[in-house]
Design a protein around this ligand. Structure first.
Ligand SMILES: [Zn+2]
Length: 223
């Protein structure tokens, strides 16, 4: 029911323990509670991890980068604009992307860190991305944008938006995801970009035109 907050508390306690040897976990969690209530404005949205949507294991170990990402990059999958807005379809979409990236592209795992479905369901992409996000200190190296894979969180939005807008549910979950990610990694809301800002691509279509709106919505969430 209220799983996100206790989980974050446990994770943050664990992170602090690394820098404060000799302090018990219980003591850390108790001492951290007051500060966190002030610092945390955006609650964790539900993000299904790799095990939940039935990901295949990576073909080789993912690389954990020992720095925080400095931006978020928005993508569209260029898959068809499905009218199946269910959770089951979101999971299938995640499996389809992973299959494409591993079997056709030859990558070790999904290229993006996270995925957003047309029904507004968020899932983890590359293994380890959710764990890193919840800690807020490191990131997993992605394969979503040449030149940015060790410094940008990539989110794939299901569908193709060259001449149509995404469903409102997708937009709303994208705003929540970006706000939470900016909070966890201390990324300014101004540092949200589209794939075409860095590579020669049409991705993410009309979503790129709406980046100013997205940045404003995220900034409002962050307060
Ligand atoms: Zn892209």
């Amino acid at each position: 029911m209220s799983a996100p907050v206790p989980r974050r508390a446990v994770l943050r306690g664990a992170v602090l323990l690394g820098a404060a040897a000799g302090v018990t976990a219980l003591g850390q969690l108790t001492g951290d509670r007051g500060a966190r209530a002030v610092a945390t404005r955006v609650d964790q949205p539900t993000i299904a991890n790799c095990a939940t949507w039935g990901a295949r294991p990576p073909s080789s170990a993912v690389t954990v980068v020992q720095n925080r990402p400095n931006k978020i990059i928005i993508h569209h999958t260029a898959f068809p604009n499905s009218t199946d807005y269910s959770l089951a379809h979101a999971y299938q979409n995640s499996r389809d992307i992973q299959d494409l990236h591993m079997d056709t592209n030859g990558w070790l795992d999904s290229g993006q860190h996270f995925t957003n479905s047309r029904g507004g369901y968020l899932t983890e992409g590359r293994h380890g991305s959710l764990y890193a996000l919840l800690h807020g200190q490191t990131m997993v190296q992605g394969a979503h944008c040449v030149g940015q894979n060790s410094q940008a969180i990539g989110i794939e939005n299901e569908g193709i938006y060259l001449d149509v807008q995404p469903p409102q549910a997708l937009w709303d979950s994208l705003v929540l995801f970006c706000a939470f990610t900016c909070q966890q990694y201390a990324i300014p809301a101004t540092e949200i970009y589209g794939h075409k800002d860095f590579n020669n691509t049409q991705c993410p279509g009309l979503l790129h035109d709406r980046l100013p709106e997205l940045r404003s919505a995220v900034a409002a969430r962050l307060g």
